[in-house]
Design a protein around this ligand. Structure first.
Ligand SMILES: C[S@@+](CC[C@H](N)C(=O)[O-])C[C@H]1O[C@@H](n2cnc3c(N)ncnc32)[C@H](O)[C@@H]1O
Length: 186
């Protein structure tokens, strides 16, 4: 991950509407994103992997690279992810197609996407595809800088999702919270 800040800023300037963040996620935020993953709980799907800060935290949590499936639409970031994380499954595609990924029994979808800035139809496709992958017992994990849940209220209500919220992670630019969405009694 050497030099990932420079790569991140370059891509932010080229594609501001896709990157939508001032800097890569900090180590503290990335660790919180991965904190509830079970090393023996099955595959993990990651959305919007970028330069791989959250990817690294998922691996540090004890999930083998071969069990991690990272979706990223930017080809430059995909190239970096393949170089930095041998064994990682990298897919250059839109997160809206996460439901089509050939993965069996995923325990969670961990998202670094700028979900709040995405239109309803794309958010809906991401959340529907996620729960097609993780079923009734899995979760969708998403950080946000804002004060409200990052999944639109209509989608939360239509899918019947519940959620928990982490403490505020001050050691991130800007400070953020992690939301974990799931079906009731998951
Ligand atoms: C805020 S950056 C987060 C990068 C990294 N996960 C982190 O936390 O440092 C958002 C990432 O999502 C990617 N992205 C945005 N829209 C996407 C989409 N529809 N499908 C897949 N990736 C997308 C961007 O290319 C960018 O790498």
């Amino acid at each position: 991950m050497s030099g990932d800040l420079g790569l991140f800023i370059t891509q932010l300037l080229k594609k501001p509407h896709q990157v939508v963040a001032l800097a890569p996620s900090s180590r503290a935020l990335s660790a919180e994103m991965a904190a509830t993953l079970d090393p023996a709980g099955g595959p993990v799907i990651e959305l919007g992997a970028g330069t791989g800060r959250i990817t690294q935290a998922i691996l540090d949590r004890g999930i083998p690279a071969e069990m991690v499936h990272s979706i990223e639409m930017n080809p430059v970031f995909c190239e970096r992810l393949r170089a930095d994380f041998p064994g990682l499954n990298v897919y250059q595609m839109s997160a809206g197609d996460v439901g089509e990924l050939p993965v069996e029994g995923a325990q969670a979808v961990v998202s670094g996407l700028p979900l709040l800035s995405m239109p309803y139809d794309l958010q809906n496709a991401i959340l529907s595809g996620t729960f097609k992958q993780v079923g009734a017992t899995g979760s969708y994990i998403q950080f946000t800088y804002g004060p409200k849940p990052p999944v639109k209220a209509e989608i939360r209500a239509a899918m019947g999702l519940t959620w928990t919220t982490s403490r505020k992670i001050w050691g991130n630019l800007p400070p953020a919270r992690v939301y974990r969405f799931a079906y009731p009694n998951a």
